[in-house]
Ligand binder design. Structure first.
Ligand code: SF4
Ligand code: SF4
Length: 318
């Protein structure tokens, strides 16, 4: 059985339902070498995955380029994201993505981690810059990524937003302002207005690995989600995800191996308890105790957002 491909909203991009979530190969997670990460990405492309999600903050454009340069550049679609607020910052983000990915266009450029209509308004200059870049052919579609129901609804109503990348999983893990049902209602609303949607965190960063089949079936049953980005850091995960997305059973040995591979947030001994990470966590999973950061594992979805907030490079998803 082969992977399914669908059009992403009105963007004209025909993407595989399995999107390669590339944060996992990046320095803040598995920290694969450029070649090892690139080989895994290339293997996914060779097996039919034609959609990859990254972000400027993941610092993995080199890994992706390694794969693109092996004949895939014109055959796959790349989505990236930036925290830019101003037009100048977004120009720098776009130029960096083009330069480091070695491409003359980016398929999808998103405003990273939007929360509501207020944050969208705060990023208006960056969004307008992307819309102009789209007119010049440097970007094919523009949008937002978010863990917030309110941002999905705001993006749905925004005329410059083509694509929304929301967090959604069957337990609602990591959704900041509502339940899974609330998020799905917002997704349906956005889809009804013609927005292209692809989900993230279907496994809640690994919490739902005990029953990945049910976790994937939950999101794949949503026709409004064109694709789902799934993080993978080795061939075993790639193989299992391809089986899930083509509705085939995962051999028990492989399933057991993956179930043992639980992720965790590592906090280095040199943490000074400054608290920057606490406010950066959208899931309220961090607190300071005895002058050190402490994570509540039941709330952490391993998004890595705290990692970039730490001035001392203490945080890593391993
Ligand atoms: S930001 Fe870094 S140093 Fe500050 S509390 Fe968090 S982990 Fe510790
Ligand atoms: S603790 Fe860090 S990795 Fe975990 S949910 Fe919060 S920001 Fe994401």
């Amino acid at each position: 059985m082969s992977l399914e491909y669908r059009y992403l909203g009105q963007t004209g991009l025909l993407v595989s339902r399995l999107c390669f979530g590339s944060l996992t190969v990046a320095p803040m997670q598995a920290n694969l070498s450029v070649q090892d990460g690139g080989q895994l990405i290339e293997a996914a492309f060779a097996l039919g995955v034609n959609f990859l999600d990254t972000a400027e903050s993941y610092d993995n454009y080199g890994h992706i380029r390694w794969a693109l340069e092996r004949g895939w550049s014109k055959r796959v679609h790349i989505a990236t994201k930036s925290y830019a607020v101003t037009a100048e910052q977004m120009q720098r983000s776009l130029e960096r993505a083009l330069r480091e990915l070695g491409r003359d266009y980016i398929d999808i450029f998103l405003l990273h981690e939007q929360e509501s209509s207020l944050t969208l308004r705060g990023h208006a200059a960056a969004l307008e810059y992307l819309a102009r870049a789209k007119e010049r052919g440097l970007v094919r579609a523009v949008g937002i990524s978010t863990h917030h129901v309110a941002a999905v609804r705001a993006g749905a109503l925004h005329p410059l937003v083509d694509v929304i990348h929301p967090l959604i999983n069957r337990e609602g893990w990591g959704i900041v302002d509502g339940t899974a049902a609330d998020m799905y209602e917002a997704i349906k609303f956005a889809a009804s207005l013609g927005k292209g949607l692809y989900g993230m965190k279907a496994l809640a960063g690994g919490h739902l690995y005990r029953d990945p089949h049910a976790a994937f079936q939950y999101v794949l049953a949503m026709p409004e989600l064109t694709a789902v980005a799934v993080g993978m850091q080795n061939e075993a995960e790639l193989t299992a995800n391809l089986l899930h997305f083509t509705n085939q059973p995962v051999p028990p040995q492989l399933a057991a191996k993956l179930a043992r591979q639980e992720r965790r947030l590592s906090i280095a001994d040199w943490c000074e308890g400054c608290g920057s990470c606490v406010s950066a966590c959208p899931s309220n999973a961090l607190r300071i105790e005895n002058e050190r950061a402490v994570v509540d594992v039941s709330r952490c979805v391993f998004c890595g957002y705290c990692s970039r907030a730490c001035p001392n490079f203490c945080l890593k998803v391993v």
